[in-house]
Design a protein around this ligand. Structure first.
Ligand SMILES: [Mg+2]
Length: 316
């Protein structure tokens, strides 16, 4: 991959890298201060390198008028969430930015500041990247690298019949937050959950050796449980009455039961979904169901089976 090549002619490319992006790379020696053709990444001895890439596009993953810092933080956090899902510890990342022609250097400064804030929070560093101008709307992506003890990465494929299914945090806040934003019913808590997901880094690493399978919920609970079931050749029963809800989400669902769909199919939660054979007592996680034989994901409310018309987000 090219190392911060820049072909965005509207701004001085070298100044842009030196002023806004080099400071994000200074604490990672393998970045070579973004002055070489590529970065050098040496994983610690005895570790696997875990690699993930997530992109975000204006109008699909974010609205577009958010503060640039929030867009940057969400982009980094959705990638960190994938590292957490694999039980990995963050190491470094590559950034790719396709900027609309009218992007200002002030916007880039705020974007870089958002990245810096989260780099400090999550101990990850910029190692390189690429920016180009773009005729269309803004799109950006990050490739993130993490480390995990060799052979110990969490995977989707280990769930066994009889395992319990757990999630971290609360579900549906982000989908309901987006709904509030689009419908202009102000709800700062839910909107914040949409703008700034909380990647569960510590939980992810603590599940190594404990969870039989794991992933993060990005597309919607039912669809993502289905991914674990497919990879593990099992089925699942999810108990709706056990799903963890924030106060704000619970009160919206109470007023409009149709909003249950946002809880189990809304997506953008970036909570961890995992299975384990032994009971787990870690703060902030909830048992929501069990792995069964078969291939289907069944949603129940106590004994009643709920027909699921939408399982999650579909891009195509
Ligand atoms: Mg994921």
């Amino acid at each position: 991959m090219a190392h911060f090549q820049h072909s965005h002619r509207a701004m001085n490319e070298f100044d842009l890298i030196k002023n806004h992006f080099a400071p994000l790379a200074k604490d990672f020696s393998g970045s070579l201060n973004l002055t070489d053709d590529a970065a050098i990444i040496t994983p610690p001895v005895g570790c696997d390198l875990v690699v993930t890439k997530d992109a975000m596009c204006e109008g699909v993953h974010f609205i577009g008028h958010e503060d640039a810092a929030l867009i940057a933080q969400k982009l980094l956090r959705v990638n960190l969430s994938d590292l957490a899902a694999m039980g990995a510890t963050p190491l470094a990342y590559l950034l790719s930015l396709q900027l609309p022609k009218n992007t200002t250097s002030d916007w880039i400064k705020r974007f870089a500041n958002g990245l810096l804030r989260d780099q400090n929070t999550f101990s990850i560093h910029l190692a390189g990247g690429d920016t180009t101008s773009n005729l269309g709307p803004l799109s950006c992506s990050i490739t993130a690298f993490g480390t995990v003890k060799t052979g110990n990465a969490l995977k989707r494929s280990g769930a066994k019949i009889g395992d319990s299914i757990y999630v971290s945090g609360t579900l549906g806040d982000s989908a309901l937050g987006l709904k509030c934003l689009l419908e202009k019913h102000s709800n700062p808590f839910l909107e914040d959950r949409y703008f700034l997901p909380q990647p569960r880094m510590e939980l992810g690493t603590s599940l190594v050796g404990i969870a039989s399978s794991a992933m993060d919920i990005s597309d919607g609970l039912i669809q993502d449980v289905g991914h674990i079931c497919t990879a593990s050749n099992v089925g699942a029963i999810i108990h709706r009455e056990l799903l963890p809800l924030s106060k704000a989400a619970a009160s919206m669902v109470k007023n409009d039961p149709n909003l249950w769909e946002a809880i189990y199919a809304g997506g953008d939660d970036y909570e961890l979904l995992f299975t384990a054979s032994d009971p787990i007592t870690i703060n902030g996680i909830t048992r929501i169901g069990e792995i069964v034989s078969g291939a289907d994901v069944l949603l129940k409310d106590y004994e009643n089976i709920i027909a699921v018309t939408r399982k999650g987000f579909a891009h195509f």
